[in-house]
Design a protein around this ligand. Structure first.
Ligand code: SF4
Length: 453
């Protein structure tokens, strides 16, 4: 069923709900309404625009028959054009838009979704941001539903694929080096000789997609910076990832544009692989009040060096220390560590906790840790390991987790994070075919990279 063609009346907010509480009511009581169509914009690594990062690859904000691109199209046209107006209408009718189907599916299965999370974040945020509160009041006021000259207050940008690593879990759209390596692998013919035709096919498709995309120029165009300057004065959140964002010049140029616009309260969030320390980037960052540094750490020592190929663990360790040192004197700076949970690291996660615990104690700075369960590429997921083998590691993991269960410590393992970790390890179904693919892939990778996994 195409939900865009089912028309419902605009839900009626009860009369005893005050004007300023309408947004709270809408987000608490409707099951398709989301605030992001009035707030957030996301780009793919080639600059094509989507509404948010939870939207499937091929649902773009469209300009007739092609996606809008932040490097080549005017932001006012992107954000106030028919596509976004239609999405906003569908959301205020609690009708749901096709763009958001994945989100609704996740919510139906688990009761949780990015929609619920984002509604909560932004509605809470209005409590200490009067201008945002006024704006959300307008959004929720039926007379002003058709606001037509707005700009995003939150940006999630993937500026190309420039990266210094070749992580085993990555692909060419996110790493320029992986793209080059896989081109070489595909060209060599070795994959076919080793019965890895399935990889040859997949990587050939990926390579073609990257070669067709503009991964370097769209975020250096005059239009991109003109668009950014228009949004800069009121922007509440700038999230960037890559590639490796600290290496991409446009990322620190955007910080300069925000400062030039007098906006040092915009929350800056970025995900980094921690392998580099770009003084210019961190110098600019130090001028912002609200920062969230998302460290992406999948292992310690040789585990990190194997998974995130190109990593020198000693350098990462030193940079983790620098992040804690820098954030320790800035109360509004938050540190979060994400680990991509996969076949190669589920037994080594506790070593990451030890590092976080050590630095958080030394600098008296809180850090949160969260596992992200890897689904793609499936041949590296937990499903390649028999369940008994995986669950055998759980008693040791639980035992170590107890050390970090005190709510008063700077590094405390949240029960949600631990449950997510245990559930992923114990519940992912075993798949023998994937397991064979994992072994064949690893054997080939080790011979290509002259290493022993
Ligand atoms: S409903 Fe989900 S997918 Fe749609 S904008 Fe909100 S968070 Fe994103």
């Amino acid at each position: 069923m195409d939900i865009n063609h089912v028309i419902y009346a605009v839900p009626t907010v009860p009369e005893d709900v005050g004007t300023e509480q309408r947004i709270d009511w809408l987000t608490n009581n409707l099951n398709k309404f989301c605030v992001l169509p009035w707030l957030n914009m996301n780009t793919n690594p080639n600059g094509n625009v989507k509404l948010c990062c939870s939207i499937a690859m091929d649902y773009f904000v469209a300009n007739k028959d092609r996606p809008f691109n932040l490097g080549y199209d005017d932001i006012t046209q992107i954000w106030n054009g028919p596509h976004m107006q239609n999405v906003r209408n569908l959301h205020r009718q609690n009708n749901g838009s096709d763009d958001c189907l994945d989100c609704y599916k996740i919510e139906k299965l688990s009761g949780h979704s990015p929609r619920k999370g984002q509604n909560k974040i932004w509605v809470e945020r209005k409590n200490h941001d009067p201008e945002l509160a006024d704006y959300l009041t307008e959004v929720s006021n039926e007379k002003l539903y058709s606001i037509s000259d707005i700009l995003p207050l939150s940006l999630e940008l993937r500026l190309g694929n420039q990266c210094n690593l070749k992580c085993v879990t990555c692909w060419g759209m996110s790493s320029s080096l992986i793209h080059e390596e896989r081109k070489d692998m595909v060209k060599s013919g070795e994959l076919m000789k080793r019965d890895l035709g399935w990889l040859q096919e997949k990587w050939t498709e990926d390579i073609e997609a990257v070669e067709k995309a503009d991964m370097t120029e769209w975020y250096e165009t005059d239009t991109f910076y003109k668009n950014f300057r228009l949004m800069a004065p009121k922007l509440r959140r700038l999230y960037t990832t890559g590639g490796e964002p600290t290496l991409i010049k446009a990322n620190y140029r955007m910080l300069e544009e925000l400062l030039a616009a007098g906006n040092n309260t915009c929350k800056i969030e970025f995900t980094t692989n921690m392998t580099t320390w770009n003084p210019k980037f961190y110098e600019n960052l130090s001028k912002f009040e609200n920062v969230e540094i998302q460290m992406s750490v999948d292992g310690v020592g040789t585990v990190a060096e194997y998974i995130r190929y190109g990593t020198k663990w000693d350098v990462v360790r030193e940079n983790i220390k620098k992040v804690f040192e820098m954030a320790s004197t800035r109360p509004n700076w938050r540190i979060v560590c994400y680990s991509v949970l996969q076949a190669l690291n589920y037994q080594h996660i506790t070593e990451i906790w030890e590092v976080l615990d050590e630095e958080s104690k030394k600098y008296y700075k809180r850090v949160d840790w969260w596992p992200i369960t890897l689904n793609y590429p499936a041949y590296l997921s937990l499903s390649v390991i028999p369940i008994e083998q995986r669950t055998a590691s759980l008693p040791r993991i639980r035992d170590i987790a107890r050390r970090y269960s005190s709510g008063s410590a700077m590094f405390t393992l949240g029960s949600d994070a631990l449950t997510a970790l245990e559930d992923s390890i114990s519940k992912a179904p075993y798949n023998e075919e994937l397991s064979n693919r994992f072994k064949a892939y690893k054997k080939y990778l080790d011979s290509y990279r002259a290493q022993n996994g």
